[in-house]
Design a binder for this molecule. Structure first.
Ligand SMILES: O=C(O)CCC(=O)C(=O)O
Ligand SMILES: [Fe+2]
Length: 315
């Protein structure tokens, strides 16, 4: 198992906890219970820390780390700042709070608007799904005005509520790709946070010196490691077991993950990055299997019609 710790909590016969955590997952509430779990501890590993720069699309070595001044291109992230106004944000949260929040893992609460899915068995039915909530109609319409989301038709919305008092977090994971399509779209509300993208590379990381050049052009020019133009040691190749890229998410921004950032890099929100109340609404589209011409295209069409009727209550 990737995580250690919390052992007394897992396994058959483990007593139910008052929070939403199961197995190795914990939050501040169950950690405080008598004989409570301890947060999962990853075995020590050498992590290379980078921070994503929106302007250049580069993951830049953290200041004062051994990678300061070095960077690598990090594709698959688009961020639209101020996607909603402060007034719209307050109204969205007010409307969300009119429905119940269910306790979920790792100190989160959740509201799901989507079909009933068993990802393990790859089974799916509309169940009681009656569409995305009416307050998302305008949000979805607005998404379509950005070229990257022109064809984006969400079939699920999942609202997650994070609070520092509960020690809310989400462990590194890849979202399902049997049912869900390439673009993962999330609206960040109430407070800024950091999305931590990680990858166990086990390979060498090709880094570009940004201290010397520092502009996007220097990355997009044709020099590659080993090229004659590369004579000024602008490239460096380092062995690397684990890489983590911090993507800062301002409140009211809309994040789109696609390509490598969707399929190759895990994403997580660390507990230390929830400094105040945060709500995130994630919108997901269908995979090719559920699109017209796909094996389950008809079911996909049915789900889409339900989703986009915008008459939903959380399932
Ligand atoms: O809270 C977030 O920004 C990430 C949520 C997430 O990864 C998920 O719901 O799968
Ligand atoms: Fe996710």
């Amino acid at each position: 198992m990737a995580t250690a710790g919390g052992g007394s909590w897992g396994g058959c016969g483990a007593r139910p906890r008052g929070c939403g955590c199961k197995g190795v997952r914990t939050c501040l509430l169950c950690e405080r219970e008598p004989g409570g779990g301890v947060p999962g501890v990853l075995p020590p590993q050498k992590t290379a820390h980078f921070i994503y720069c929106l302007e250049t699309g580069l993951a830049v070595g953290m200041e004062e780390s051994e990678f300061a001044g070095w960077a690598f291109p990090f594709p698959g992230v688009a961020l639209i700042k101020d996607f909603v106004s402060a007034e719209e944000e307050a109204e969205l949260v007010r409307l969300m709070d009119q429905d119940d929040w269910k306790l979920s893992q790792s100190g989160r609460r959740k509201q799901d608007y989507g079909p009933r899915v068993n990802f393990r068995k790859q089974k799916l039915k509309p169940g009681s799904f009656d569409g995305l909530p009416s307050f998302s109609r305008e949000i979805v319409q607005r998404m379509g005005t950005y070229p990257i989301l022109e064809t984006f038709l969400p079939v699920e919305q999942c609202n997650l509520d994070y609070h520092p008092e509960r020690g809310s977090a989400i462990d590194p994971h890849l979202d399902d790709s049997w049912l869900w399509g390439e673009r993962l779209v999330s609206l960040n509300l109430l407070s800024p946070t950091v999305l931590s993208m990680s990858r166990d590379s086990g390979e060498r990381l090709q880094l570009l010196s940004v201290a010397q050049q520092g502009t996007r052009n220097s990355v997009l020019n044709d020099t590659k490691p080993g090229d004659p133009e590369d004579a000024q040691s602008t490239w460096r190749s380092v062995p690397c077991d684990h890489v983590e890229v911090a993507v800062p998410l301002p409140a009211r921004s809309l994040l789109v993950l696609f390509g490598a950032a969707r399929y190759q890099w895990k994403h997580a929100i660390h507990r230390r990055h929830i400094e105040s109340h945060r709500i995130c609404a994630t919108f997901r589209e269908l995979s090719a299997e559920f699109c017209p011409g796909g094996k389950q295209g008809e079911l996909g069409q049915e789900l889409l019609e339900i989703a986009l009727s915008f008459q939903g209550k959380p399932v």
